[in-house]
Design a protein around this ligand. Structure first.
Ligand code: ADP
Ligand code: ZN
Ligand code: ZN
Length: 815
């Protein structure tokens, strides 16, 4: 008997696709990339994706019928399926895991999904009978699972009904929390259109010859206007030194007018503007990039901080739009989208959509559909790493900004992909081009450039001929000896902060740790309060008088006395952003201090609030963690202080030095971005450390030469590849036996290229014990074969009953 079958991707971590049986007419209707509802196991129901249509009956099991077809045309493209297959092969995970990561959760309703009533929904009359039944049930019960919906309706085919309810906004599904926040509007000024003509201008200035203050404002306005950027009211006031009353008088006269730009997204109502004219160096870089693209698909663009890389990107994007293709602009951090979106919308208006994890499910579905349908809104996608999974039709260009950032790598859950590397493959599938941009390229990319695998273009000057910041190292050991420290600040840093504030400049201070202090210790018995779930001490958060675990979010009130010996001698050690903020408030009581770290940026608009406030100069000093280091562009920051460089340098990891260099150069790069040269002060116990010397002269190539030498000598990337295997379980003994077995098995095959087993820095998280083993792959060894061997060993491992409950995590190109 011959039947009709489809292979379906299920959104669960199994290695293979699953075969279901379909009728002939379903077979004729279905296409690759359409969704079908299927049952799996005894009770589960999933949204599966058609991967293959065929007539071969599975040998090992009876193919079940599908429950229902959910789409009338594919919502996933052929390119995507190919890309997912690559991700799944390369990163050794199930294609179902890629599928789950790629699709907005609204596309993936399943038996486990929980739906809630939308309290603000009013239009009952728009619901059909079945929808109404469900809506009614939610009046009596706060939530329903899909299983319960099946029971209520007495039928299995319920997903379209739930989809209907979601579309009508009558219900929503879990994950989602709607946030009430009005995005900040920034006030800008422009010349009234009556004065666009040159002659009118001259008249205007004569007209104002007696209103000297107003005339000064207009002259300042023209000076600012020469930068061809939108002019903020605050900026005009600061620059002209005049009051808002004077500007208002000009507005009342109909000479100037106010307008607003929302520092947010999607609907942009402003005008579109011409792209900037590039300066000669940018222009040369642009030509070189285009030249590289003639022969190479990937090009590395090494441009110092504030050299104007973004403006170069805009030209390339424009070229791609002109030939009718889509462009993807990847950013490592959601925090950055706030600024870049404003800059890109200024040129490209409504041709841009944003996509990232803080968007609500509906917004993500909307962007997905717009990209799929190649709508004009979705010609440029600005997004964080997951946007590489969108349904592009014709992707001509990918820009990977800040390509060195480790946040491009996903750690948890699987797929543990690096979005930069997966983007290179994506671009290849579309036969497009990809530009990797950074002021501090990763050693990997720079190496590929020197090996001529990638094209390479440099831009060594800051835009406007502003010099790179002047970096001063301050020896805190000596400062302590001479008693020239107040709290965590050297007198040098304090004096400089005061000078900048006096000149109405802003200051950024960097401390790569949040909270008040990372360790609380009893002075009598030496015991530190530990997290009950993790092998790590709790961090003290003073503001809330709490002890928190940064690994599992456990929290409890700060105790008055030591839990071990009962003495009242709990003391804090080390310091985080919160402590710095408090010290600053005492040192500079007349200034506004802001803080940007994980604790202050929760919620969808968390970043925007802080970045917006800093940008509009409502904050004088901004203290923050590494979030601050990523490509932000503030024009009034003249000083950056790094409070303690040593922690970064002493991190036990082969990339620590590279990372420390990148972080410090990037943070420094936030200083002096317009007009005047900025200043950077780095406090350290170790001013002669070679990395600090390289940072202070911004000598990337010295850093590269030294580090690449080490990588070669100690067999690390980019010469060797790394695969990390992690075992996790709540029983220590199990993990320990498991990892010894595994290491031996791996050593049998890979010999001296197996490192470990080792315990990570924090060896228990959320009550799970963790052990690692690392496999190094020498340059000439086949990666495909290596992975095949690892798979075999994994299968044998999991065949041992005792080991089966252990989580087995494979991380390719691990960080
Ligand atoms: P990068 O991305 O290299 O750090 P940016 O693109 O942010 O640098 O440029 C730094 C600053 O210089 C920005 O404020 C930007 O608007 C300005 N700028 C860069 N190029 C131009 C140009 N060609 N014309 C006008 N302003 C420019
Ligand atoms: Zn004690
Ligand atoms: Zn914990």
């Amino acid at each position: 008997m011959s039947g009709h079958f489809i292979d379906v991707i299920l959104p669960i971590p199994i290695q293979k696709t699953f075969t279901y049986s379909v009728t002939q007419s379903e077979y004729e209707f279905l296409k690759k990339g359409m969704r079908v509802a299927v049952s799996f196991g005894k009770t589960k129901m999933y949204t599966g994706l058609v991967f293959k249509l065929h007539k071969i009956q599975p040998e090992l099991y009876d193919a079940k019928d599908i429950l229902q077809i959910l789409d009338d045309r594919p919502i996933v493209t052929e390119h995507q399926l190919n890309h997912w297959e690559w991700v799944s092969n390369y990163y050794m995970c199930g294609i179902g895991e890629v599928y789950r990561a790629a699709l907005p959760s609204a596309f993936l309703l399943e038996s486990e999904t929980v739906i809630f009533k939308n309290e603000t929904f009013k239009n009952n009359e728009t619901l059909d009978d079945e929808e109404f039944l469900i809506y009614e049930a939610l009046q009596h019960q706060s939530q329903l699972t899909i299983h319960q919906v099946v029971d209520i309706l007495g039928k299995k085919k319920v997903l379209p009904i739930i989809n209907g309810l979601i579309q009508k906004s009558a219900v929503y599904i879990k994950e989602e929390i709607y946030e009430q926040y009005k995005p900040k509007l920034i006030k800008y000024v422009r010349l009234h259109s009556n004065y666009s003509n040159k002659n009118h201008l001259e008249n205007l200035l004569t007209e104002l010859s007696r209103a000297k203050k107003q005339r000064d404002v207009i002259l300042s306005f023209f000076q600012l206007e020469s930068s061809k950027k939108p002019i903020k009211l605050k900026e005009l006031l600061a620059f002209s030194g005049s009051s808002s009353a004077i500007v208002k008088a000009l507005v009342d006269k109909g000479i100037l007018e106010y307008y607003f730009i929302q520092t947010d997204r999607v609907s942009y109502t402003g005008e579109r503007n011409q792209l900037q004219n590039l300066n000669e160096f940018q222009d040369k870089a642009l030509k070189e990039i285009k030249d590289c693209f003639k022969t190479k698909d990937v090009t590395l663009f090494h441009g110092v901080t504030s050299s104007g890389k973004t403006e170069v990107y805009t030209k390339l994007i424009q070229d791609i739009l002109d030939v009718g293709k889509q462009a993807l602009f990847l950013l490592p951090e959601i925090a950055l989208t706030t600024q870049i979106i404003v800059r890109l919308q200024y040129y490209f208006g409504n041709q841009i959509s944003v996509f990232h994890s803080k968007y609500s499910m509906n917004e993500r579905v909307e962007v997905w559909n717009n990209v799929l349908e190649n709508k004009s809104k979705a010609q440029i996608i600005l997004g964080a790493r997951s946007s590489i999974f969108l349904p592009f039709n014709n992707l001509g260009l990918i820009v990977v900004d800040e390509e060195h950032e480790t946040s491009y790598k996903q750690f948890e859950p699987s797929p543990r992909y690096n979005a930069r590397d997966a983007a290179i493959v994506l671009s290849h599938l579309h036969q497009g081009k990809i530009l990797l941009g950074s002021a501090t390229p990763s050693l990997e990319s720079y190496f590929n450039a020197t090996e001529k695998k990638y094209g390479f273009v440099e831009l060594k000057r800051r835009f406007g001929e502003v010099k790179l910041p002047k970096i001063q190292l301050v020896d805190i050991k000596e400062k302590q000896r001479k008693r020239e420290m107040i709290g965590h600040f050297s007198d040098t840093l304090l004096k400089q902060i005061q000078d900048e504030l006096d000149q109405k400049k802003q200051v950024i201070l960097f401390q790569n740790r949040r909270g008040f202090s990372p360790v609380v210790e009893c002075k009598t018995c030496g015991v530190s309060p530990q997290c009950p779930n993790c092998d790590v001490s709790l961090t003290f958060h003073k503001y809330k008088q709490e002890l928190k675990c940064h690994y599992c979010n456990y929290q409890r009130a700060m105790p008055n006395s030591c839990g071990a010996c009962g003495s009242n001698t709990l003391d804090t050690k080390g310091f985080g952003t919160e402590q710095i903020e408090l010290e600053l408030k005492e040192l500079f009581p007349n200034h506004i201090i802001g803080r940007m770290d994980l604790d202050t940026t929760r919620g969808k608009f968390g970043y925007q609030k802080i970045i917006g406030a800093f940008q509009s100069r409502e904050i004088d000093i901004l203290v923050g963690t590494q979030m601050l280091s990523k490509g932000l562009d503030f024009d009034n920051v003249s000083l950056v202080g790094i409070l303690n460089a040593d922690m970064m340098l002493n991190f036990p990891d082969f990339r620590a030095h590279e990372r420390a260099f990148q972080l410090m150069v990037q943070v420094s790069g936030r200083a002096g971005r317009s007009k005047q040269q900025g200043k950077v002060i780095i406090q350290t116990y170790n001013p002669y450390h070679q990395i600090l010397q390289q940072v202070s002269s911004t000598d990337y190539s010295a850093m590269y030469k030294e580090q690449i030498q080490d990588r070669w000598q100690y067999h690390y990337p980019p010469y060797y590849r790394l695969i990390k295997i992690t075992l996790k379980h709540k029983d220590y003994q199990k993990v320990d036996t498991g990892i010894s077995w595994l290491s031996k098995a791996l050593q049998n095959v890979f010999r001296e290229h197996v490192l470990g087993p080792t315990e990570p820095h924090v060896s228990r998280i959320r009550n799970q014990y963790i052990k690692n083993v690392m496999i190094k792959i020498p340059p000439k060894q086949s990666i495909v074969k290596t992975k095949r061997e690892i798979f075999k060993i994994k299968n044998t491992f999991q065949a041992v009953a005792d080991f089966r409950p252990i989580r087995f995590i494979i991380d390719i190109d691990a960080y």
